[in-house]
Design a protein around this ligand. Structure first.
Ligand SMILES: Nc1ncnc2c1ncn2[C@@H]1O[C@H](COP(=O)(O)OP(=O)(O)OP(=O)(O)O)[C@@H](O)[C@H]1O
Length: 286
């Protein structure tokens, strides 16, 4: 029997991301971060708006605008590829097939003038030429993400589906190419709380049944427990704390992590006022 593959899926060392600005100093959005993920492991990147979570995720498949964006790293390896030295053709092959994204806004991934079938078929033709019966394959994926009567949804346009359903279709579209790594960037922020839970539970189930890795990007500590083995907390372009999810939730060390966890409302606990973050204390601990 072959030995299990223990090569890392993600190896990031000293990743920096800078945006060039016209006649001004560049903005350093990510200031030298390290991350590692083994195959099958899942990671949550948690932090508030503007902390650098999304640009970090987009840099993994070189999806940031070049040359306005300057990405440097000692190591930036995804599924064995040296991302910073890949050409456009190799990047296109990797995107969707090895690393796939689900974003917050369905409109960023779903084309409003094409049916669900047309969009999913395009992804399958590109990345899984082995699939002979496209309709059957698409129906199966729609079913896996919890869409009822998927055969009836095949020819629907995105606007004919609810927000939660559109999110499920995006997940099906990302997963049908069987990527090793799924990046879910705030996948539930635009949805109401009950649907949020359904989508996170769905991702957790799919992760186990398909054996893939997930990087979940969120500002919300409340949703990571069931889905992420590890967590990295970002603040102003840096990782201020990282570790196993259980450990970080039970025993946060950094004042920013403590503050983010304290902001999560607890069921059955009356809170008189909203928690706010003491930035002076956070800055002092950097
Ligand atoms: N194309 C761009 N040009 C210039 N600056 C950018 C660009 N994209 C992002 N930034 C800046 O990089 C920083 C990090 O942005 P990023 O979107 O990664 O934050 P985030 O933590 O994902 O926040 P959010 O949760 O709001 O998406 C921000 O200061 C942002 O303004």
């Amino acid at each position: 029997m072959p030995a299990p593959d223990s090569t890392p899926l993600l190896e990031i060392e000293d990743l920096k991301i800078a945006f060039q600005r016209y006649r001004q100093e560049p903005v350093l959005a990510v200031k030298g971060i390290d991350l590692q993920l083994l195959r099958g492991e899942s990671l949550a990147i948690v932090g508030e708006s503007g902390s650098g979570k999304s640009v970090t995720a987009l840099s993994l498949a070189r999806l940031l605008p070049e040359p306005q964006t300057k990405i440097t790293a000692k190591t930036l390896r995804v599924n064995g590829h040296d991302v910073l030295n890949m050409n456009e053709r190799a990047l296109r092959r990797m995107r969707g097939k090895e690393i796939a994204y689900v974003f917050q806004e369905p409109s960023s991934s779903l084309n409003p003038v094409l049916t669900i079938r047309t969009q999913m078929a395009e992804a399958l033709r590109l990345h899984r030429p082995d699939v002979t019966n496209l309709d059957e394959e698409i129906i199966q994926w729609l079913y896996k993400v919890g869409i009822v009567e998927p055969e009836k949804r095949l020819r629907a346009y995105p606007h004919e589906l609810s927000g939660g359903m559109q999110q499920r279709v995006m997940i099906a579209m990302a997963l049908c190419c069987q990527p090793q790594l799924l990046i879910a960037d705030e996948p539930t922020t635009a949805l109401d709380v009950t649907i949020q839970k359904q989508i996170i539970d769905l991702l957790a189930d799919l992760r186990t049944s398909l054996g893939m890795s997930i990087v979940l990007i969120t500002h919300n500590f409340a949703i990571i427990r069931n889905i992420a083995d590890k967590v990295a907390v970002m603040f102003r372009g840096q990782i201020v704390e990282s570790g196993s999810t259980e450990e970080v939730l039970a025993n946060p060390q950094h004042p920013y992590t403590k503050a983010l966890i304290a902001c999560v409302p607890k069921l059955g606990v009356q809170q008189d006022k909203l928690q706010t973050i003491d930035y002076a204390a956070v800055e002092a601990a950097l």
